[in-house]
Structure formats: structure tokens, C-alpha cells
Design a protein. Structure first.
Length: 404
């Protein structure tokens, strides 16, 4: 039997399980309870970090949002919720969007530190019911027009499933939201996408003020968890998740294609890097006669992708997801976060203080280290010859040596 959300414990870095969170909500509504100011917020479980102009923005458990510059210089920002915040992104105008448990989405203006709630899981449930009822109407119309007995039977089963799904969501609407959002990204023109458990995919075209449920655009009939969504510099969109699920969009989310990935386990993240590729003949043409060089010899962009997840599995693509290599760490330690350096090197982090680095064009060159804290890390940035690591014990730094 499928568990409510197996990845919950992994992505939440040892936070309470799905059921414990549900019990906690019965005593207080965490979506309406502002995060408590704490002198130890920078040492609490932090799930995602992103660079700002002058610092690093970090989000994590109990609604914590902090602006971090170093261990002795950080400030906690005002968060209107006490649920775990799982990811954050920054828009072109400097405003910020964060997502988290119970389907919450927060926003803050560029000149403010007081976040506000713009969306919750209650709205996800309402939008889901609305979507299911539309599907129900379509099937009922088909049922009236169908004469074939096999088709009638199939449509009847589908209508029964829809009726059960509508009822379940109506119950959830009364009892409270329980679907966590796990990832958020933006395109170059600030179209936003947020993904989460049970196949949830949301989009916003007004800088995060309102959101639309677009899960039905994906070929995901089993509602596999969508653990990460990213946008590349040229607005390609990628999603990875449970059961080796992968999707790709070349038209800013209007349509999605399924990625055939060589691994059927859970993937917790995906990162991208755009590189310039010189055609094989460009050097020869320039050497012989510059005037004969054509536009065909101009450098082109290529997208390198690295997806990672359960039990140390790593997937690498050098052509934007067209072809994939599958690598596995010697250990079964899960990988939770990753990033590219400016030089194009990959850094992945995970449970037990794991830090992995390699050249994506030479993945056999895995360099595996362990942070002395043994912490579970969920996010990593490369900054000033050091890694900034976020996870189980807050933020820490790891100086990089030349071989790393």
C-alpha cells in the first residue's frame, strides 16, 4: 500500500511525520499562527537557501525565514505561519515567494521583511474539487452518448472513482489541508510554478498573487509526488519526483512531455546549467579562413541537467534531457540538494553530512566527502571558494580545496 508521503521524512529532514503534523494541527492552526522569534532560528532545520544581492535567504521548519550573512550576522524575518517552509525564489523586482507544508504560499515585497500569506492548501482542495466536477460532467455527457457496453462499463468505473475523489476532497476541505508544496521556480518573465505531494502543480502569471491548479496538464494518473520543479535560463521547465517521474516543457508550461528516465525510484531534486558549445568545425574554419565562417559555426547553448535522489542515485544529461546517464554512489545515502558552481562543477548534498562533487562531462570523477557534523543537508550554494550548506542544524560552511 502506498504511504501518505514517504518522501515527507526525507525532504523535511527528520521533521515530524505526516501523521504527527496532522495531530499537531488539531491543537493549533499552524497556518494562522505566526512563526515565533527565536535566537536559535539559524540553527534550526533549514530546507532551502537562495542568494540575494547582499546575503542568503533561508527557509525552514516552524515557518522560519532568515536573512543570513554569516554565523554572527543574521536576522529572522516575520513569517505569518508556523508550518515548515520548503523552498523560496526571488522575482525580477526583488519580491520573494516561498512555499511550504499545508499548501501554503507566502510573498514579501523587495523592501519589506514582513511576509504575507497569498495561498493555502484549502484553495488547492477547492480547485481540485472544481476540476474533478468538470471531469465528472464531461464523462456523464459521454456516458449518455455511448452505446458500446465495454465503454459504458469503463466510463461507469471512472465516474465512480471521480465521485470518491470528490467526496475525499470535500472531507479534506472541512478537516484542513494536508498536501505539502515542496518546490517553487520562476521563468525569466516571472511566471511561477510550484510543485508538491500527490501530483500537485500550480502556476501563477501575476507574480504569485493568484494561483491556478495545472496538475491535469501532466500525464501523472497515479498522482506521483512532484518533488522539484526548475526553470532554466532559457525558460525550459523540468519536474522530477516519485517513481522516476520526470516532465519537460519547452513552452513555459503550456504543454508538458514525459521524460524517460533510467531510474524508477524517488528523485528529490534537479539542477541545470547552460553552457556554450562550439561546433566541431569552428576551430578549423577560423584557422583557415575567417571569412568563410558561417552562422552555423557560432557557439550554441546546451543545457546540462543533474537529477538526484533516493539511495545515492544520480542522473546526468548533457543535452537538456534527451539522453541520460545513471550513476550510483558507493553507499545508499540519499541526496537531497544540489547546485552548479560558476565553473560548471556539480555539488550534491544529502544525509549523514554527505558532500559529492564531480564534472558532469566526467561523472566517473566523483569526489565524496562527509561534513564532520554528520548533518542531513538539503541545500547548497557555492560562494567565495566555500560551500554554504543548509539542513538539519541550520547553516554551515565548508571551505573548498583545489581538488574539490
Amino acid at each position: 500500500m502506498r504511504t501518505p508521503y514517504v518522501v515527507f521524512s526525507v525532504m523535511s529532514l527528520l521533521l515530524a511525520s505526516f501523521f504527527n503534523i496532522a495531530q499537531a494541527k488539531s491543537s493549533s492552526n499552524l497556518l494562522e499562527l505566526p512563526a515565533v522569534d527565536s535566537d536559535l532560528a539559524n540553527k534550526s532545520v533549514l530546507m532551502a537557501i537562495t542568494p540575494t544581492n547582499d546575503a542568503i535567504l533561508a527557509v525552514g521548519e516552524r515557518g522560519h525565514i532568515i536573512k543570513w550573512q554569516n554565523n554572527n550576522n543574521w536576522q529572522q524575518q516575520q513569517s505569518p505561519v508556523s508550518v515548515a517552509i520548503t523552498d523560496v525564489t526571488i522575482l525580477s523586482d526583488g519580491s520573494k515567494i516561498a512555499v511550504g507544508h499545508d499548501g501554503v504560499i507566502l510573498k514579501v515585497a523587495s523592501d519589506s521583511t514582513a511576509w504575507r500569506t497569498v495561498f493555502t492548501g484549502k484553495e488547492i482542495t477547492s480547485l481540485t474539487i472544481e476540476q474533478l466536477k468538470k471531469q465528472q460532467e464531461i464523462l456523464q455527457q459521454l456516458l449518455l452518448k455511448t452505446q458500446d457496453e465495454d465503454e459504458l462499463e469503463a466510463l461507469t468505473y471512472q465516474l465512480d472513482d471521480l465521485a470518491f475523489a470528490i467526496k475525499d476532497n470535500q472531507i479534506e476541505l472541512k478537516s484542513g489541508p494536508n498536501k505539502p508544496l515542496l518546490s517553487v521556480t520562476r521563468t525569466s518573465n516571472d511566471i511561477l510554478f510550484a510543485s508538491g505531494a500527490y501530483g500537485i502543480l500550480l502556476s501563477s502569471k501575476d507574480t504569485g498573487e493568484t494561483w491556478k491548479l495545472v496538475s491535469n496538464q501532466l500525464d501523472n494518473p497515479d498522482s506521483f509526488h512532484l518533488n522539484a520543479v526548475i526553470a532554466t535560463s532559457d525558460d525550459q521547465l523540468y519536474i522530477v519526483g516519485e517513481n522516476g517521474t520526470g516532465f519537460h516543457s519547452t513552452d513555459v508550461g503550456q504543454t508538458w512531455s514525459v521524460m524517460a528516465l533510467p531510474y524508477s525510484g524517488s528523485l528529490f531534486g534537479i539542477i541545470a546549467n547552460t553552457v556554450n558549445v562550439l561546433p566541431p568545425s569552428i576551430g578549423d574554419n577560423i584557422a583557415t579562413d575567417d571569412n568563410n565562417a558561417t552562422d552555423d559555426n557560432n557557439p550554441t547553448n546546451s543545457t546540462q541537467l543533474v537529477a538526484f535522489g533516493l539511495q545515492g542515485n544520480i542522473l546526468i544529461s548533457l543535452d537538456g534531457g534527451g539522453h541520460w546517464q545513471h550513476k550510483k554512489l558507493p553507499s545508499s545515502t540519499s541526496l537531497l540538494g544540489g547546485n552548479f558552481s560558476k565553473q560548471g562543477k556539480v555539488y550534491l548534498v544529502g544525509h549523514g553530512g554527505l558532500i559529492v562533487s564531480f564534472d558532469p562531462e566526467n561523472p566517473s570523477s566523483l569526489n565524496i566527502k562527509k561534513h564532520p557534523s554528520g548533518a542531513a543537508f538539503s541545500s547548497v550554494l557555492v560562494k567565495d571558494n566555500a560551500l554554504i550548506l543548509a539542513g538539519q542544524f541550520g547553516i554551515s560552511q565548508w571551505p573548498l580545496k583545489e581538488e574539490e
